[in-house]
Design a protein around this ligand. Structure first.
Ligand SMILES: CC/C=C\C/C=C\C[C@@H](O)/C=C/C=C/C=C\[C@@H](O)CCCC(=O)O
Ligand code: ZN
Length: 610
């Protein structure tokens, strides 16, 4: 057996023997104790009728009792010793019964340290008055909140009854539903009928308001943020329509967005019906809304057709980036689509340089035996996956041929979880009459580390402009010449080009501080309200060992939890000896305000053991 179980190295569960078919969740939130308490009814079906137990995943849960509802019988269970970050195997007996289905009611409470939740004190919220809690279950943190088969191999519908204090609103990854007043506050009821993997169950509770932003979309946020959010994401319906044009019908009914507090660890999370996003997307000019296109694309790639386990994560993320860029192409033009692809290749190359060209984690399909998914997360499945799909699209004859294939693929595998071999077989059958597919070197693409064997030719019109500006910067002798570009020159660039220009400067050897001071005077990058610009500008300063950049960096990483920003900034500080201790002190002082996955990964970046 590989990893924890044969079908999924990251889950103890054995769905090939007894599988969970539905979850009925009933929990009450307790902000004082930072726990959820209540029950989950786990519907189980024996696959092998000789089996006498069902195995679930759990992490830090305090189980009070387990009973079989139809038999009215308390069940014996065993919680094994936890293994690293994977939590504990929960084995529950299945007593003899006249059929092969069971309803197992588990009464329990979560641990205040549950890795899938972040609890915020009122002062950590925009409104400063009420507490807030939100979840992030991908990849394997659902088990810290709900005892379940925490593997994407298993997809189930769910219902949830969540009770919260009456001032607060509960939202979940499901259509909006009823609420009613109860003695402890307000009970919100949710029904997600489409079968989903456990990592897509999501909940947030806070002082939330919503604004309508489209015929099937609302944006949710605290009231201090909600108007700005509604402005930023006003193009959501256009993005949804473009996605449907590419992928086929949208099966989830509504598409809402929730803007979380700044400590949310990711740019976006594709929770069905309710994408979670970081407030660092609120640039004011809609320039970072491509993250929403990405999350919308997940409505097909990942949420409808799902990776069987996280070794095949590229099937979720590579496809999603590929569709995201097609959405961008549909809404702008092919130059923009290719500019994003070209920038992505640059990012991939930087990631692979950093991880090492022989690093097994740079393969498209990875081996997660004894490796926690959070430790293997990188841009590789996103960008190498995108590059592969773009490459095979060209091989088979371009988008006119490939897009009908994609729709067929989504339709064939909707509501299912698959692995890379199934995708490969489906592709080879579909294109059996196309002689060009013989040229695809699947083995190298999927199983060899390092950069992709082929990088398709992208339209470089928009990138060339950035490279011209970059060369002017590199050639600039600031002792003798005025700055190489004026404010008006930079205004001619799109925000994505400005970001790319800063990325190009960051990729150069360290810059002179005198150059940076001069350019800062003109552009005032510090006060620009665009997180992608701020991030790169801080990094350029740190790389130059510009002492005045350390404090603003420490301030920012204290507030913003998005790992895309926080991890490289902490790594930069760690790599600069004079700043190292301040970075460590800053982290130790503020790690309790970070979500588990952020605190866990930054600790590794700073070489801090528990
Ligand atoms: C080869 C990788 C194998 C497994 C990794 C699977 C999950 C990793 C886990 O850490 C969770 C990831 C969740 C990601 C959610 C959203 C991202 O797409 C956000 C991307 C970064 C950003 O924009 O902030
Ligand atoms: Zn994604």
């Amino acid at each position: 057996m590989k990893g924890l179980s044969p079908l999924d190295p990251s889950s103890y569960s054995r769905p090939e023997l007894a599988i969970v078919t539905e979850l009925k969740i009933a929990l009450t939130v307790d902000f004082t104790k930072k726990i959820f308490r209540g029950s989950v009814d786990v519907y189980v079906k024996k696959i092998d009728s000789n089996i006498k137990e069902v195995i679930l995943d759990s992490k830090g849960l305090k189980i009070e009792s387990i009973e079989e509802i139809e038999l009215h019988e308390n069940l014996k269970y065993d919680i094994a010793k936890p293994v690293d970050e994977f939590g504990s195997k929960l084995t529950i007996e299945l007593p003899p019964k006249n059929n092969d289905t069971y309803i197992i009611s588990i009464h329990y409470e979560t641990n205040p340290e549950a890795s899938g939740l972040q609890w915020l004190e009122p002062e950590q919220t925009a409104g400063k008055k009420f507490p807030y809690v939100f979840s992030q279950f991908q990849a394997v943190h659902a088990r810290s909140v709900i005892p379940c088969q925490d593997t994407p191999y298993v997809k189930t519908p769910y219902t949830a009854l969540i009770t919260a204090p009456k001032e607060l609103t509960v939202v979940m990854s499901s259509p909006r539903n009823d609420k009613k007043e109860v003695s402890e506050g307000v009970a919100f009821y949710f029904v997600q009928k489409v079968p989903i993997p456990s990592y897509l169950i999501a909940v947030a509770i806070g002082a939330l308001e919503s604004r309508e932003i489209g015929p099937r979309s609302h944006v949710w946020a605290e009231k201090e943020v909600v108007e700005m959010a509604a402005h930023e994401f006003a193009d959501t319906e256009k993005q949804l329509k473009a996605a449907e044009d590419i992928c086929g019908p949208y099966v989830w009914g509504i598409y809402d967005l929730l803007v979380l507090p700044p400590s949310f660890p990711f740019g976006g999370m594709e929770n069905p019906c309710l994408t979670f996003v970081t407030p660092t997307l609120l640039a004011g000019d809609r320039s970072l809304a491509t993250v929403v296109a990405h999350e919308i694309a997940h409505s097909w790639t990942g949420n409808l057709v799902t990776n069987r386990n996280f070794e095949h994560f590229w099937l979720n993320e590579g496809f999603t980036v590929f569709i995201e860029r097609k959405i961008v192409g549909r809404l702008t033009n092919s130059q923009e689509q290719d500019f994003a692809a070209y920038s992505g290749t640059t990012e991939l190359s930087e990631t692979i340089d950093q991880l090492g060209h022989d690093n097994p984690m740079t393969c498209l399909v990875v081996d997660l035996d004894n490796i926690h998914p959070d430790d293997s997360f990188s841009k590789v499945p996103y960008e190498k996956g995108h590059t592969f799909l773009r490459y095979i699209e060209v091989v088979v004859g371009g988008p006119d041929v490939f897009e009908p294939f994609l729709r067929k693929y989504f339709d064939t595998y909707k509501y299912k979880s698959i692995d890379t071999d199934e995708f490969k077989s489906f592709f080879e059958n579909y294109f059996a009459d196309n002689p060009c597919i013989k040229n695809i070197d699947w083995n190298t693409w999927l199983y060899k580390p390092g950069m992709p064997p082929v990088v398709p030719k992208y339209d470089d019109t928009l990138m060339e402009v950035c490279l011209t500006y970059k060369n002017r910067w590199v050639d600039w002798d600031d002792e003798k010449e005025p700055p190489p570009f004026t404010k008006t020159d930079v205004q001619k660039l799109s925000t994505s080009q400005e970001i790319q220009l800063l990325q190009e400067i960051l990729d150069q050897p360290p810059q002179s501080i005198s150059k940076l001071k001069k350019i800062e005077k003109i552009f005032n990058f510090d006060s620009i309200n665009n997180s992608e610009i701020k991030f790169r500008w801080l990094r350029i300063g740190l790389k130059a060992h510009w002492e005045e950049r350390v404090d603003p960096t420490l301030e920012w990483v204290k507030e913003v939890g998005r790992m895309k920003f926080v991890r490289p900034l902490y790594r930069d500080l760690y790599g600069w000896e004079e700043a190292r201790q301040r970075a460590i002190d800053n982290y130790l002082k503020h790690r309790h305000t970070m979500m588990h996955v952020g605190a866990y990964t930054v600790a590794k970046d700073l070489h801090i053991s528990k």
